[in-house]
Design a protein around this ligand. Structure first.
Ligand code: BT5
Length: 243
């Protein structure tokens, strides 16, 4: 089996593993794949300036650093492969029907168990990808308002999970998936989502509109149909609500 040699950086507390990764790329001479993992984040980040709750020891708060020298196409493939791999790993470990929501949330029973924040960094003209993964593992409850929308592996399976065992299962699958990283990823991704063909609400800044999710395009955008016209949505711009 192909096994990438990962360098693991384990931290007790950090502001954000993604921000740590960015500094690492810019300040150190790194090569190879890094996994930065923290017990606690004081400023865990979501997309578009949102906050990611990262309580001490309760989840996998981690960033993968991939590169250097990724092409734009590889970036898109890694984006989709990362969320697909988390979703497949959770299904495999628990036998439960976890599913994907574009752009890269993992849900079960309409609740979010994992969010992924993808960022890039450029150093000396070469591109790195930072894939930040927040996976809720052993939380027994969530503060309001997250208690309405979030879940953890513990809440889904009624058992406590060893965080590093979950990490190991994920990394094994990630390693396998990166051997032949091609557009087959989109086919597998589509099979693990139930949102295609369904009505969704799209929140764009202060406006909201209704449309139907049609497909995932190979540039990573979501193809939607609105009033008989097709349109493409980009992950950096919009928030999606499943109706
Ligand atoms: C995401 O953003 O879902 C991406 C989250 C990425 C977090 C990881 S942790 C390691 C790495 N380092 C970082 O600093 N970040 C990454 P978004 O789609 O914007 O979702 C954020 C929203 O999810 C928040 O506004 C809350 O509503 C909700 N949320 C916050 N914390 C949550 C949690 N622990 N579980 C479920 N939902 C949460």
């Amino acid at each position: 089996m192909h096994q990438t040699n990962y360098k693991i950086i384990q931290l007790d507390e950090v502001d954000s593993t993604n921000d740590y990764a960015k500094k690492l790329i810019l300040e150190e001479n790194i090569n190879g794949t890094y996994v930065i993992i923290a017990d606690h984040q004081t400023r865990g980040k979501g997309r578009m300036g949102r906050t990611w709750e990262s309580p001490y020891g309760a989840g996998l708060w981690m960033s993968l650093v991939l590169g250097p020298g990724l092409s734009h196409d590889q970036l898109v493939l890694y984006n989709f492969m990362t969320s697909l791999t988390v979703c497949e790993t959770l299904c495999e470990l628990t036998g439960q029907p976890f599913e994907l929501k574009w752009p890269n949330d993992i849900l079960i029973r309409s609740r979010k168990i994992c969010g992924i924040l993808l960022e890039t960094a450029t150093k000396q003209g070469t591109l790195f990808l930072i894939a930040g993964i927040g996976l809720n593992i052993n939380q027994k409850e969530f503060p309001e308002p997250l208690n309405q929308t979030a879940t953890s592996l513990f809440l889904e399976t009624q058992k406590t999970w060893e965080r590093f065992a979950v990490l190991q299962a994920f990394m094994k699958n990630f390693d396998e998936n990166r051997i032949e990283l091609n557009t087959e990823i989109f086919k597998r991704w589509r099979m693990m989502t139930t949102m295609l063909g369904k009505p969704i609400s799209v929140i764009h800044g202060t406006t909201q509109f209704e449309c139907t999710a049609k497909d995932i395009a190979e540039d990573g955008s979501l193809i939607v149909e609105r009033n008989g016209k097709t349109d493409r949505l980009y992950a950096g711009d919009v928030q999606i609500r499943l109706n």
